[in-house]
Design a protein around this ligand. Structure first.
Ligand SMILES: [Zn+2]
Length: 304
């Protein structure tokens, strides 16, 4: 088995201010992990089509991104999300990578896909940039899987240490999707409380600060993986964030790179069981460069 990786050098050209954790070097660190895999197939992504964006994002929001993009100035869209020259192009490549991944696994389910891209996407809501995210890459890919490929059961799985609030807001109450997220709580963005989750197609599960491998694996084994299994997905999309790693500076979980191998193996097993192996992962968070390289390598080994 060989992993197919979509990325693009222009994803490096999105440049938040100096000192910002979501920096171009993250992508280089992730690709350094990919390079250690056994002969991955690397492909350049293409920018997402407007019709793919329109399924998920409001037209006024998309127009405002285009208007701001032409100004050339570095603009703050929320307290920690920036749009500068080349940012929209990077975001369009990131979302395009996931869409191409979806098409790829539909055409050839034998190879899983990993979109190794930035900026990340899972905090972006329909009409709002948020938490380093401009376009919701994974939701855009999920919507394409439903509308273009006609799938009725698409699981979107998010193991980033932060709650995927944007993905949940976009997918909730749409029965063709099941959204599952494990995240540290309390932590940014403050959403994803299981007790307050009302949508029947959303499952949130939380870990307290300083939880490690045992708690993470138990949560997935007892609550989240059985729900994916029962849903019998025709495709699994993965918001793959590696900021639950013990070295990560933005959160306090204690995960190790082996835990990312483990979750990748579990998800790949379910993809093979129900979805002929169709699995598309997309890079979300992860802010320690060495941890990103190790974690991407471990996760990649599990899905290759
Ligand atoms: Zn995160």
């Amino acid at each position: 088995m060989t992993l197919i990786v979509y990325s693009h050098p222009d994803c490096l050209a999105h440049k938040p201010p100096a000192g910002h954790p979501e920096r171009p070097e993250r992508l280089e660190a992730a690709l350094a992990g990919i390079e250690q895999l056994d002969q991955p197939i690397l492909r350049n992504a293409h920018p997402v089509a407007f019709t793919d964006l329109e399924r998920v994002h409001g037209s006024n929001y998309l127009q405002s991104l285009r208007d701001l993009d032409t100004s050339g100035a570095l603009l703050s869209l929320d307290p920690d999300t920036y749009l500068g020259r080349n940012s929209l192009q990077a975001a369009r490549l990131a979302a395009g990578a996931v869409c191409e991944g979806v098409d790829q696994v539909m055409a050839d389910p034998a190879h899983a896909v990993f979109a190794v891209v930035r900026p990340p996407g899972h905090h972006a809501e329909s009409s709002q940039a948020m938490g380093f995210c401009l376009l919701n890459n994974i939701a855009i890919g999920a919507a394409r899987a439903a509308d273009v490929h006609g799938l009725d059961r698409i699981a979107v799985v998010d193991f980033d240490v932060h709650h995927g609030n944007g993905t949940e807001a976009i997918l909730r109450d749409h029965a063709r999707f099941l959204f599952l997220s494990s995240h540290q709580s309390p932590l940014y963005p403050g959403t994803g409380d299981p007790a307050k989750t009302r949508a029947g197609n959303v499952i949130n599960a939380t870990l307290t600060a300083h939880s490690g491998s045992d708690e993470f694996r138990a949560l997935w084994t007892e609550h989240l993986l059985p729900a994916v299994d029962a849903f019998r997905p025709q495709m699994i999309l993965v918001s793959a964030g590696f900021d639950g790693h013990w070295r990560d500076p933005l959160a306090q979980l204690q995960l190790k790179d082996q835990d990312y191998y483990w979750i990748g193996e579990q998800l790949m097993g379910l993809a093979r069981k129900h979805a002929s192996g169709r699995l598309v992962a997309s890079l979300e968070g992860g802010y320690d460069l060495a941890a990103i390289t190790e974690s991407v390598l471990a996760f990649g080994e599990a899905i290759e």
